[in-house]
Design a protein around this ligand. Structure first.
Ligand SMILES: Cc1cc2nc3c(=O)[nH]c(=O)nc-3n(C[C@H](O)[C@H](O)[C@H](O)COP(=O)(O)OP(=O)(O)OC[C@H]3O[C@@H](n4cnc5c(N)ncnc54)[C@H](O)[C@@H]3O)c2cc1C
Length: 555
């Protein structure tokens, strides 16, 4: 195993070493799917390289509903196997990443005249727990009308018949990807962000690696590998075209958008599963610090994955759906703190409506040996990874007769930061050592056992104990930690995916961004031009997000 440093210097060292080596496996794509595959392969002892065109988790994996869930709504479609598998994965992730995957209770109210009756909700939550072998965090409870209102007093009471309380888990999707990538790194994988595959390298009709372009230096270099996996999520079909021009698409991508509004404006007490009164779709109201996330939409999308963005219609749909269930909120566009959208890399075939397209995954090998993993969910990434590496192991065996261990203990080994389940004990330890309690809670929730590394930075340098934003939980030391141990390469990497300031502040933390840039510049050795450029890129990203909808338009 390698030490826990994972910085721009690590990245540079990997890039320097790559042309002189032949890896067993090259994984293209550093979303949750690629991250899981790299971790699994490295744990089985394969020499593994992973490259991503952007930051790790930059694609769909940082734009999900952040649920590690069996998928209650999938019961409607009879996808029992998927629910069973996902429920099992939820159990495993709660154990291996307790700081990043937290139990969350959901209230599912039943209103008169809505598409799903109180009886159906009750039957669904019972079946849901059955498919978890009654080993869900807690058992469901059926609720009468008063029981629902006790838990969610501001919910629409007109026509309320009752409902149910059931359990799932909430995660930080982008940090889950990072933790998985870092675990792969600790097991020896070379993981490199901002390195796009430009072409695939072939010899004798076989894929033998790829030409990649380093977005930082602009240089191109070849990665040699015995096996290559395409784990590029919604980009999978365009990558397959590099291998087989004219290959028929595997995917039917659908867009999902979310909005964040101040929690006190919507007035939800916890998480709520709701049926949109506009079209009856299942949606969620999800607590996230001091904001509430409302999502998601589900619409067919043809725009390229690089350009997917929430539209004004998406935002209006989400606001209206939330207002119908929390009528006193009267949310308007001006309440929206942030909006974002991602593409679900769903498999073609199945249902007519986007919501009824199966969430299964498929592993496909091309004539030249490119292994593509398509479809799936954040929740089931570990299983998808194990099956993909099984396929790679068979390929390697066919190539040179070697035997690869059949399965790795990915279900038992904690992800970095997840080594201790008792988070309260971690908080208490930090407080004893002098970290203020609020800071200790914030750090443990983000970094688990690694919170002490951030606290040490704060103790050593007073300036690093300062908040990035007055009244906010984020600390200057986190930026330094993220540069040294989480390969933060840009201001956006910190603001969007490592701290989520982007999703939680109405100004997207623009006031704090120069300080973030200054701290990164000191860590990454940027000159003034690079610092300004990184700051400008973040400002452009913020502008792009804001221009997708107009604040102030009527909701
Ligand atoms: C709105 C929404 C909500 C969702 N909610 C949930 C949920 O709550 N729970 C759940 O379990 N699942 C959820 N999902 C599904 C889940 O998020 C996705 O299935 C999963 O994140 C896909 O991960 P991925 O790694 O396959 O793709 P991505 O995360 O998109 O990763 C693909 C990566 O490939 C890289 N790439 C592309 N081309 C190249 C190239 N040429 N060279 C190098 N790299 C390249 C990209 O930069 C990208 O980082 C949701 C999806 C959406 C859209």
């Amino acid at each position: 195993m390698i030490d826990s440093l994972f910085s721009s210097a690590t990245r540079a060292a990997h890039l320097g070493a790559l042309p002189g080596e032949t890896a067993d496996l090259l994984v293209i794509g550093g979303g949750i799917t690629g991250a899981g595959i790299a971790r699994d392969a490295a744990m089985r002892g394969l020499r593994t390289v992973l490259v991503d065109a952007g930051d790790f988790g930059w694609g769909t994996s940082s734009r999900s509903s952040r649920l590690i869930h069996g998928g209650l709504r999938y019961l409607e479609h009879g996808w029992l196997r998927l629910v069973f598998e996902a429920n099992r994965e939820r159990r495993i992730l709660l154990r291996t990443a307790p700081h990043l995957v937290r139990p969350r209770a959901f209230v599912f109210p039943a209103h008169e005249g809505s598409r799903v009756t109180r009886f159906q909700i009750s039957a669904a939550v019972w079946l849901y727990d059955l498919l978890a072998l009654f080993r869900n965090v807690h058992r469901h409870r059926f609720l009468g009308r008063n029981g629902v209102l006790k838990l969610e007093p501001l919910l629409r009471d007109r026509g309320l018949r009752g409902g149910a309380l059931y359990w799932d888990a909430q995660t930080d999707d982008a940090r889950l990807v990072l933790a998985t990538i870092r675990s792969a790194h600790r097991h020896g994988a070379r993981c490199v962000s901002y390195a796009r595959v430009v072409t695939l390298e072939k010899a004798d009709g076989r894929v033998r690696g790829a030409l990649i372009e380093d977005a930082v230096s602009g240089e191109r270099l070849t990665v040699h590998a015995h096996a290559v996996v395409n784990a590029t999520g919604p980009w999978s079909d365009s990558l397959r075209l590099l291998d087989e021009p004219g290959a028929a698409p595997l995917l039917r991508p659908t867009k999902g958008a979310h909005i964040a509004v101040p929690q006190h404006r919507l007035g939800n007490a916890g998480a709520v599963t709701l049926l949109s009164p506009i079209d009856g779709r299942v949606m969620f109201v999800l607590p996230w610090g001091d904001v509430t996330i409302v999502g998601t939409t589900d619409t067919d999308e043809t725009v390229a994955p690089d350009d997917v963005a929430p539209s004004e219609q998406d935002v209006i749909y989400l606001i209206r759906s939330a207002n119908a269930v929390f009528p006193n909120a009267r949310l308007g566009m001006e309440d929206v703190i942030a909006a974002w959208a991602g593409l679900r890399p769903l498999l073609k075939g199945g249902g007519e409506k986007p919501g009824s397209v199966p969430r299964e995954h498929r592993i496909v090998e091309s004539a030249s040996g490119l292994v593509t993993i398509a479809g799936g969910k954040l929740t089931t990434y570990r299983v998808m990874a194990a099956q993909t590496v099984d396929t790679v192991a068979r390929r390697l065996h066919a190539l040179d007769g070697r035997r690869v261990p059949s399965r790795a203990a990915t279900d038992r080994e904690p992800l970095p930061g997840g080594e201790v389940a008792d988070l309260e004990a971690l908080v208490a330890e930090l407080v004893t050592e002098g970290t203020p309690e609020a800071a200790a809670r914030h750090l443990v929730a983000s970094y688990g056992t690694e919170a002490s590394a951030v606290a040490n930075l704060m103790a050593r340098e007073e300036m690093l104990a300062a908040p990035l934003i007055a009244g906010g939980p984020w600390l200057a030391a986190e930026v330094v930690h993220q540069a040294r141990r989480e390969m933060a390469m840009t201001v956006a990497d910190v603001m969007i995916r490592r701290t989520h300031i982007f999703h939680r502040r109405a100004d997207q933390g623009m006031g704090a961004a120069p300080e973030v840039a200054r701290l990164l510049a000191a860590e990454l050795g940027w000159d003034a031009d690079k610092e300004t450029a990184s700051l400008r890129c973040y400002a452009e990203e913020v502008e792009r997000m804001r221009s997708a909808f107009t604040r102030g338009a009527p909701g």
